[in-house]
Ligand binder design. Structure first.
Ligand code: CUA
Length: 336
C-alpha cells in the first residue's frame, strides 16, 4: 500500500512557487525571478569574457612566450573590482528588503473593509493544531487539526488570515508554496505570517524544517473556500460533539479506553491535549496529518497500529481486541 498525498483531494493542486496564489507568494516569485535574472546576467558576462579571452589567446600563435603585463597593486582595478560587486550586493539587499516589507504584514492592522481571520498554529511531532481565535472581530474557540480551512478573498473584500505560529516541542516550519514563504514555529516563541488568496481549492504544503522521524509526513492542507462555505464549516466545528444514541455502547467502550488521555472531544469528558482534537474528526478528509484518506478501513488500521502507517509517530499501538477496536471506529465515525 502506498500513501500518496495526490490520492486525496482535488487533482489541480500543485506546489510550485512559480505559480503563486497569494500576494506574498507573488512578491516572493517576483524577487526570485528578478534576482535570478541579475545573477544570470552576471554569470553570462563573466563566462563570456572568459571564453572570448581563451579563444583569442589560443589563436595568437607566439614564437616566444611573453609574460602578460602584471597589474598587481593597480589602484583603478582594485577599486573597480571592489566597487562593482559591492554595488551588486547592495542592489540585492534593497530588493530583498522591499520584498520582506511587502510580505510582512502587521496582524493588528488588517486593511479597512477586510474580514480578518486569526488562527494560532501549533506544530507538534508530527501534526498541526489549529486554534481559530477570531473571525470578523468575533471571538472563536474552534480547535481542529491538520486541515486548515479559510475563506477566499474577492475583488471587494480582502480576507487575510493571520497565523500565530508556535511549537509544542521542536522547531517546525509552515510552508504552503503557493500561499507564501516558509515561517518557522519555534519553541517558546511566537512567529506570525499571513495567508490570503482568491483561489478556491486545496493548497498543499509541508513542514519545511527537519523535526524528527516523520518530518516528511507532516503534511499541510489548506482548504480555501467561498466565505459562505467557510462560515458553514466554522459553525459546524464550533459545536460540541454529536451524541448519537445508535452508538451508545460503542461510545462507552471508547471512554473506557486510554484514547481520552490524549484526545479531546468537546462536550465530553475526553480532555487530553497531547493528540489532535477529535470533536469533528469526520469533517476531515485525511488522517495522520494528510497521509491517508479518512475512511473507516484506514481509521481502523490507524488505531490498531499507527506504527505500521507512520513509523515512529507518537501514538502507540494499543492492540485493542477486534470487538473494542470496531466499537472505537464506529463511535469515531459518528463525530461529524
Ligand atoms: Cu515538523 Cu518537520
Amino acid at each position: 500500500m502506498t500513501y500518496s498525498v495526490l490520492a486525496v483531494g482535488s487533482p489541480t493542486q500543485n506546489l510550485s512557487i512559480l505559480d503563486p496564489a497569494s500576494p506574498s507568494a507573488e512578491a516572493i516569485r517576483g524577487l526570485f525571478l528578478l534576482v535570478g535574472a541579475i545573477l544570470t546576467g552576471i554569470f553570462l558576462l563573466v563566462e563570456g569574457v572568459l571564453i572570448v579571452s581563451l579563444i583569442q589567446s589560443r589563436r595568437r600563435k607566439q614564437a616566444v612566450e611573453i609574460e602578460p603585463p602584471q597589474v598587481y597593486g593597480s589602484k583603478p582595478i582594485e577599486i573597480a573590482w571592489t566597487a562593482a560587486p559591492t554595488m551588486v550586493v547592495f542592489v540585492l539587499i534593497l530588493l530583498v528588503a522591499r520584498t520582506i516589507w511587502e510580505v510582512r504584514v502587521d496582524p493588528y492592522n488588517p486593511p479597512p473593509g477586510s474580514e480578518p481571520l486569526y488562527i494560532t498554529v501549533i506544530g507538534h511531532q508530527w501534526w498541526w493544531e489549529y486554534r481559530y481565535t477570531s473571525y470578523k472581530g468575533k471571538e472563536l474557540s474552534v480547535i481542529t487539526a491538520n486541515e486548515l480551512h479559510m475563506p477566499v478573498s474577492d475583488a471587494t473584500t480582502p480576507r487575510p488570515v493571520y497565523l500565530d505560529l508556535q511549537s509544542a516541542d521542536v522547531c517546525h516550519s509552515f510552508w504552503i508554496p503557493r500561499l507564501g514563504g516558509k515561517t518557522d514555529l519555534i519553541p517558546a516563541r511566537a512567529n506570525t505570517m499571513w495567508l490570503q488568496t482568491n483561489e478556491v481549492g486545496v493548497h498543499l504544503g509541508q513542514c519545511a524544517e527537519y523535526c524528527g522521524t516523520q518530518h516528511a509526513n507532516m503534511l499541510l492542507r489548506v482548504y480555501a473556500e467561498p466565505p459562505a462555505d467557510f462560515e458553514k464549516w466554522l459553525a459546524a466545528e464550533a459545536k460540541p460533539a454529536v451524541e448519537d444514541v445508535a452508538v451508545k455502547v460503542d461510545r462507552a467502550v471508547f471512554f473506557s479506553e486510554s484514547c481520552v488521555s490524549c484526545h479531546t472531544i468537546r462536550g465530553t469528558t475526553a480532555k487530553g491535549i497531547f493528540g489532535p482534537d477529535l470533536t469533528h474528526l469526520m469533517s476531515r478528509e485525511t488522517l495522520a496529518s494528510g497521509m491517508i484518506k479518512n475512511t473507516p478501513e484506514n481509521l481502523e488500521r490507524w488505531i490498531n497500529d499507527p506504527q505500521t502507517v507512520k513509523p515512529g509517530c507518537l501514538m502507540p499501538a494499543f492492540k485493542l481486541d477486534e470487538k473494542p477496536l470496531k466499537s472505537v471506529v464506529r463511535y469515531l465515525g459518528t463525530l461529524k
